[in-house]
Design a protein around this ligand. Structure first.
Ligand SMILES: Cc1cc2nc3c(=O)[nH]c(=O)nc-3n(C[C@H](O)[C@H](O)[C@H](O)COP(=O)(O)O)c2cc1C
Length: 168
């Protein structure tokens, strides 16, 4: 079986998860999303970072090129994995795949450190009452996210995709 693990990343979090997933799948190929030349795979696993509640532009454009494929996806995000926001992201991204008749075989997500430059901007430019401003709850979430993806996340991704592929 030919499997592609491809990812879009801005600061490296999603790439780390991709590398762990690729290790779990025998004979898989791993590639930055901008390097994918053909789609001749039995399974295409797409990784993205979350930008405004959905896949980032590069991943979004890539997903739109897929049709009638066996797929799965994973993402890293600043929000907590068990939040409503994370669930909304799963729904938004699933829809991108199924709109083109792709089969989505599974998905994985974990928190990822938010770019310190973005945090600095939000801390200095936005007031605490702004929807993205530095209130205590958000400051705690940024601090929690800064520790991810950690070894547990990487191992969870490994196990999740190993089992997913073994079942095919
Ligand atoms: C411009 C920008 C927009 C973001 N939007 C969201 C968002 O809507 N929801 C969220 O949970 N995290 C958001 N994040 C956080 C990233 O998705 C998260 O830090 C991710 O792990 C970054 O992955 P990367 O290191 O692979 O680029 C945003 C980050 C940036 C820089």
């Amino acid at each position: 079986m030919k499997t592609l693990v491809t990812y879009s990343t801005k600061t490296g979090n999603t790439k780390k998860v991709a590398e762990s997933i690729a290790k779990a799948i025998k004979n898989s190929e791993i590639m930055d999303i901008s390097e994918v030349k053909n789609l001749d795979y039995d399974l295409i696993i797409v990784g993205t970072w979350i930008d405004k509640g959905t896949a980032d532009t590069k991943a979004l454009n890539f997903i739109k090129t897929l049709a009638n494929k066996n797929t799965a996806f994973f993402f890293t995000l600043g929000a907590y994995p068990d939040s409503k926001h994370a669930l909304d992201c799963v729904e938004n991204i699933t829809k991108l795949f199924i709109d083109n008749e792709n089969k989505v075989l599974g998905h994985f997500l974990c928190q990822g450190a938010v770019d310190p430059k973005l945090i600095e901007m939000m801390k200095t430019k936005l007031g605490p009452d702004h929807p993205h401003g530095p209130n205590p709850e958000r400051i705690k979430r940024w601090a929690d996210a800064s520790l991810h993806p950690d070894e547990t996340d990487l191992n969870n991704a490994y196990v999740y995709f190993k089992e997913l592929v073994e079942k095919l």
